[in-house]
Design a protein around this ligand. Structure first.
Ligand SMILES: [Zn+2]
Length: 135
């Protein structure tokens, strides 16, 4: 079984192997009391979502990368309105406030997305290792 599903299954928080089964028990990311509740395995293809103890600690790195990307994504918009050096530096507090607001608003989705990306990276790795052992 090869992993040929499009990368968009990660953004919809679906199984990294089949792209159909849901990773999380909650219907959407803003059910804050269930934000980290994941299924033990895929409902469709039975892919294991609990790889090992502490596996999802590595998702912190993905969360850091995603939040940095979000802050860098709004930098061109900030520069559009503050295109002189003085205005850019004088109004830097507005950029920080905008980053803070966006990160607070997107935090639940970013937490789940970082887990989905981390799992996607490793499921692909484990599949290829399994295929190598069978060859
Ligand atoms: Zn699946």
């Amino acid at each position: 079984m090869t992993n040929r599903k499009p990368i968009k299954s990660v953004f919809f928080l679906r199984c990294p192997s089949c792209g159909i089964g849901s990773l999380f028990k909650s219907k959407h990311s803003y059910e804050l009391n269930k934000i980290l509740d994941m299924h033990e395995h895929c409902e469709h293809c039975h892919e294991d979502f609990e790889v090992e103890t502490g596996f999802y600690q590595g998702a912190m790195y993905m969360s850091y990368i995603i939040t940095c990307a979000l802050c860098l994504a709004i930098l061109p918009i900030y520069y559009l309105f503050n295109n002189t050096r003085e205005a850019f530096l004088d109004n830097a507090m507005y950029y920080l406030i905008a980053c803070f607001a966006i990160l607070i608003f997107t935090a639940p989705y970013v937490i789940q997305l970082s887990r989905a990306v981390w799992l996607k990276m490793h499921v692909k790795f484990f599949k290829s290792k399994t295929e190598e052992n069978h060859l």
